[in-house]
Design a protein around this ligand. Structure first.
Ligand code: NCD
Length: 290
């Protein structure tokens, strides 16, 4: 039995295999799995991740059960007991949790667990769909420059994307526009007021929202992770013609809606790709792929 909790659970072959399955899914070629049930268990809000997993499972021909908001958690049931019980009903569990407990929850599950986001540390399925999107638009380049903006302290999507890019082996120059706990010696760390000076170097601009719910938990006096940068059409004119703008969504004011109809804006393409990549992940983890 195999879980997907962290980028470390994937090697380069796994990544390539999931990318191939996602490409097939996008073309309408995939196994159907009518006899399987997926459980979505979200202890934290979600729109895209939960609904894309549910939609992916239905498109594969499978069925879905969902932990309701009026679950026995309100009666004091532990998360471990909840997972132990649901793993008797389903063949695969997709879990999101605001704390670092995924290993513990997976350990009590009798079925494979996929992390749908763990605290501010990991979001492996978002990283896979982000990588799929980057490969889709940047496969022609041997080396790319990625600039990260927004909350680089508490964004699990940034953490996981950096990890998967390293594992994938593509040559990347990373520019961080705020302090990040991840720092490595060859990364460029700039201040937000310098963003304009670097925009012409960027192949991928990866934006994130402020993780306000995590600021409250991790508040240490100086609001690590707070960003004031708002992307507007004027910034786009300073970027390369083939640069792309990505965002895991939801956005929270950091991208002006005017940007949406520019061909560089790929955040709604990411949404669509998320469906195919999650179909691929379900097949891969259930070992239903060739
Ligand atoms: C992200 C998440 O939950 O980590 N959203 C997503 O899954 N698409 C990003 C966020 O909440 O800011």
């Amino acid at each position: 039995m195999r879980h997907l909790l962290n980028i470390d659970d994937l090697n380069k072959d796994d990544i390539d295999h999931i990318m191939r399955l996602a490409t097939d899914a996008a073309r309408g070629h995939f196994y159907t799995i009518t006899d399987k049930i997926l459980a979505t268990i979200f202890f934290e809000p979600s729109t895209r991740t939960k609904l894309s997993f549910q939609s992916a499972m239905y498109r594969l021909g499978g069925n879905v059960i969902d932990l309701p908001s009026n679950s026995s958690k309100s009666k004091g049931e532990t998360d471990e007991d909840t997972i132990k019980v649901i793993s008797e009903y389903a063949d695969l569990l997709v879990i999101r949790h605001p704390q670092e407990v995924m290993e513990k929850l997976a350990a009590v599950s009798s079925k494979p667990v996929i992390s749908a986001g763990e605290a501010h540390f990991e979001h492996p399925t978002q990283a896979l769909l982000d990588l799929y999107t980057i490969r889709q638009y940047k496969n022609n380049k041997d080396k790319i420059t990625i600039m990260f903006t927004g909350d680089l302290y508490f964004s699990r999507t940034v953490n996981s994307l950096v990890e998967i890019l390293k594992k994938d082996g593509k040559q990347c120059d990373f520019i961080f526009t705020n302090e990040t706990p991840l720092t490595e010696p060859n990364w460029t760390i700039i201040k937000e007021h310098q963003i304009d000076d670097y925009l012409d170097k960027v192949d991928v601009l990866y934006m994130t929202r402020g993780q306000k719910e995590r600021w409250v938990e991790n508040f240490d006096g100086d609001l690590l992770g707070r960003s004031k940068f708002v992307l507007s059409k004027d910034h786009l004119y300073k970027m390369k013609a083939d640069a792309i703008v990505m965002h895991p969504l939801p956005r929270n004011g950091e991208i002006h809606p005017d940007v949406d109809d520019n061909y560089r804006a790929k955040y709604f393409k990411q949404v669509r790709n998320g469906l195919y990549v999650r179909m691929a992940i379900i097949l891969y983890i259930l070992k239903m792929s060739h």
